[in-house]
Design a protein around this ligand. Structure first.
Ligand code: CDP
Length: 784
């Protein structure tokens, strides 16, 4: 039972208004591009127009002659310093500036530094690169063809194949498939897409020759990890590097890796001994920086005639572009894709993934996603609909029949995860009720008779967030714990510092609420700081909805350490023994005599003015939290669509999202997270793809062709919640930020396929554009 604090204290469960919004709504946020330092220079990247070409020469003379140009750095210059390549976050390396050849369109070739941004951009046009075009590999299905061009000549393996990864029991799965009375096979693609955060990537690197200290303001979701990697790669002393992630305008995984622009700005600052700023343009961000997904997947399900599922077999081709720069735990080549059995009780499963290189920008990052859980959830939720279709069964009934029942938790999945807790039926029941599902089915049947196209799509996803237990999860060798340090000041106010980094999620509010809950100090008197490696304790950062499960847990545990010390001080102040004291958030009181009490403020003051003899002064604690397991939030989403037979336009009429993330810290913030993630899911399902033509030219490199949903396209989101606490988390919370992005694409697609299923349509790959639908309708003679 969580003690309910007063609204003034604002602990768990209060919709406290976001503390950080005060500066944002006044236009007083402090983003990287707001950093202006005296004598600052500006960098601009020269990029390749070709997807695959040998570099015959790079001529920088004309650029250097332009007034105001300070330096032009090439790959050869970096090579001399041993910096032309850098390690990626996943067992590969990546060119900082190209040497020898370029491997994708918009690859970084040179870095121009000038007195101002415009001169740097003009000078970049004057850098003359002589290219010799090479054959281009765009289609991952042809990566391992004998005549496919070899992309990575630098590797010992003379092949475009990166890895083969498999898990599960192949023999038992194959046997179940061959014995099963009912089988389905679904092939689908989760297209290459992009998080497109409002703020692009950038940095200001400031090497101070007087102190030998390098300060880098950076759009980083993981500043401590970046500091360590900068120290290792550049050979700098880690204590002389300070990474500051100021306000971040959306990250969604895009700001986890280290990009060449950051390294170039650092090299330029070290060379020129001046601060150097580099800020990406929108097109640079879309074309070259951290794509997501690009999974080409096939699922086979074996089932009984009554719909009981038996086995799941999954095969996937993963297009990683020119470098394997996936930002994910190092033991998991396909991230947490093994969660693909989802919410269902499969007895057997087998999953294999092959990663390949192509002439495309590197990735893939976990876009609002726990390392490929989005692809996994999409596949299983699409496949369950295909099975329902095959059986002629209602997709809700099929899911209800196969859900892992609540009494089976903790549940060991056939692909090796132990789900902490779940009650999938409760979420489904609530979603069906909120949607008025049975009435919707009747309405659909009537509309079909009239020739109208209406579809209902369901997705009952299981998530996996909060990496992770350090014995299994690390990024580039760094264990995935997280941290919080709390200092309670003499007047009973507090400052907390964490190893995470908010990019819009509201951590300054929610982490203060955790402390308010644990200590009874009002939220208004608690400051939360993140993102400065000189002050915050070491942590692995914010992505994959890990902040609440890991750093949130560290915050509660650190606060509980403070309560332990506060107890000794309270006993001293009230001259009673510690055993006689009872705690409720905000005060210790004597058992049986609640009026005899000392508040946390009185105790804090005494910690500095009257500590008990033998006890050190001060009231602070730090915790580095290593979670015993991940957390497994879940939900059921129901989407209702109408399709215009004249234009092929899909209108999302209703969308019901029931989420379960255990105990909630701030209901308003959680609601906001769900709205945002659903809107991103809408964009992915209907509008977005980073496509390539056969020459490797990016199609989707501007907001003219990579569309972002606006208020006009975005429907009203109807939300609901159930609460199944995590049994191992200190206050029963699970992460939530990515759930709507993970769960929604399948609901949208299932709804559209459902609207067209009576015409024989079984699959439509995203993005579902009006043109795609119109063509299908035209083929089926349905266009009016
Ligand atoms: O790691 P990230 O912050 O992106 O994801 P998260 O841990 O799911 O948290 C997103 C936001 O929702 C944070 O402000 C959390 O504190 C808040 N949240 C909450 O209020 N209650 C939960 N059970 C989970 C998250």
């Amino acid at each position: 039972m969580i003690h309910k604090t007063s609204p003034e204290v604002g602990g768990m469960g209060h919709s406290v208004k976001r503390k950080e919004d005060s500066r944002f709504i006044q236009g007083r946020g402090n983003y990287v591009d707001d950093v202006h330092l005296p004598n600052m220079a500006y960098g601009h990247v020269v990029r390749s127009p070709y997807a695959h070409a040998r570099i015959k020469s790079v001529d920088t003379q004309a650029a250097m002659k332009l007034k105001g140009v300070l330096a032009v750095i090439t790959g050869e210059d970096l090579e001399k310093a041993g910096l032309s390549w850098m390690p990626t976050l996943f067992h590969d390396k990546q060119m900082v500036l190209a040497t020898g050849k370029v491997l994708f369109q918009a690859q970084e070739v040179a870095f121009v530094v000038a007195e101002d941004r415009y001169t740097a951009a003009d000078a970049a046009e004057l850098v003359e690169v002589d290219y010799e075009e090479l054959p281009v590999l765009v289609d991952p299905h042809h990566s391992t063809d004998p005549d496919a061009p070899l992309i990575r000549e630098d590797r010992d393996e003379k092949s475009n194949h990166i890895f083969h990864w498999e898990i599960g029991d192949k023999q038992a799965t194959d046997k179940a498939l061959s014995d099963a009375p009912v089988k389905i096979k679904l092939s689908t693609v989760f297209q290459r897409c992009h998080p497109a955060p409002l703020e692009t990537c950038g940095c200001v690197a400031d090497f101070n020759p007087a102190t030998g200290k390098l300060t880098v303001w950076e759009t980083s979701q993981a500043p401590h990890a970046h500091r360590t990697l900068f120290a290792i790669v550049a050979g700098l002393s880690e204590n002389d590097i300070r990474i500051i992630s100021p306000d971040i305008g959306g990250g969604f995984g895009n700001k986890v890796p280290i990009y060449p622009g950051y390294v170039c700005a650092v090299v330029a600052s070290l060379t020129l001994k001046r601060p150097v700023k580099w800020i990406e343009t929108r097109s640079e961000n879309l074309q070259s920086t951290g794509f997501a997904r690009d999974y080409h997947m096939t699922a086979e399900i074996a089932a009984d005639k009554d719909g009981t599922v038996k086995a799941l077999k999954v095969g996937t081709l993963a297009d990683h572009g020119a470098f394997n720069a996936a930002a994910q735990p190092s033991k998991f080549p396909a991230g947490l894709f093994g969660i693909c059995t989802g919410s269902y009780d499969f007895k057997n499963s087998f999953c294999e993934v092959d990663g390949v290189y192509t002439n495309k920008a590197p990735g893939g990052i976990a876009y609002r996603c726990s390392f490929r859980v989005t692809e996994a959830a999409f596949l299983i939720e699409r496949a369950m609909d295909a099975l329902a279709d095959e059986l002629g069964m209602d997709p809700a009934d099929l899911r209800l029949k196969n859900f892992i029942p609540p009494d089976r938790f903790p549940y060991k999945s056939p692909l090796g995860f132990t789900y902490d807790s779940g009650n999938y039926k409760a979420a489904m029941d609530l979603a069906l009720k909120q949607a008025g599902y049975r009435d919707l089915l009747k309405e659909q049947a009537e509309k079909r008779k009239k020739g109208e196209l209406m579809g209902i799509g369901i997705s009952s996803f299981t998530e996996i967030v909060g990496a992770g237990p350090a014995h299994t999860y690390d990024i580039a060798g760094l264990k995935m714990f997280d941290s919080c340090e709390i200092r309670v000041h003499p007047t009973g106010k507090a400052t907390a510092r964490l190893g995470t980094k908010s990019q819009g999620q509201g951590h300054e509010t929610t982490f203060a609420q955790i402390i308010a809950q644990e200590l009874g100090i009002p939220v208004a008197g608690i400051t939360v700081e993140e993102g400065d490696t000189d002050t915050a304790p070491y942590g692995l950062g914010t992505y994959a909805s890990r902040s609440t499960p890991v750093a949130g847990a560290a915050t509660a545990v650190a606060a509980r350490k403070i309560v332990e010390k506060a107890k000794k001080i309270a006993a001293h102040l009230m001259e009673v023994s510690e055993e006689d004291l009872e705690w409720e958030p905000g005060k210790f009181y004597v058992k049986g005599a609640p009026d005899k009490a000392k508040t946390i403020q009185e105790i804090a003051f005494a910690a500095y003015t009257d500590p008990p003899p033998g006890l050190e002064a001060g009231l602070e604690a730090v915790d580095y939290y290593d979670p015993p397991n991940l957390t497994f939030p879940f939900g059921t989403y129901i989407c209702v669509v109408d399709i215009d037979k004249g234009t092929g336009e899909v209108k999302v009429r209703r969308f019901i999202a029931v989420d379960d993330c255990g105990n909630i810290i701030n209901p308003m913030i959680v609601e906001g997270q769900i709205h945002g993630g659903l809107t991103e899911g809408l964009g992915i399902a209907f509008m977005q793809m980073i496509g390539y033509d056969e020459s490797g030219n990016v199609q989707g490199g501007t907001f003219m062709d990579y569309l972002v949903p606006t208020a006009v396209e975005t429907p009203h989101w109807e939300t609901g919640k159930t609460c199944t606490p995590s049994p191992h988390h200190p206050f029963g919370a699970k992460g939530v930020g990515e759930s709507p992005n993970v769960g929604s694409p399948a609901a949208f697609v299932n709804a559209v396929v459902d609207a067209l299923s009576h015409l024989g349509v079984r699959n439509i790959d995203m993005p579902i554009t009006p043109w795609k639908i119109w063509r299908i309708l035209n083929e089926k003679g349905q266009v009016v």
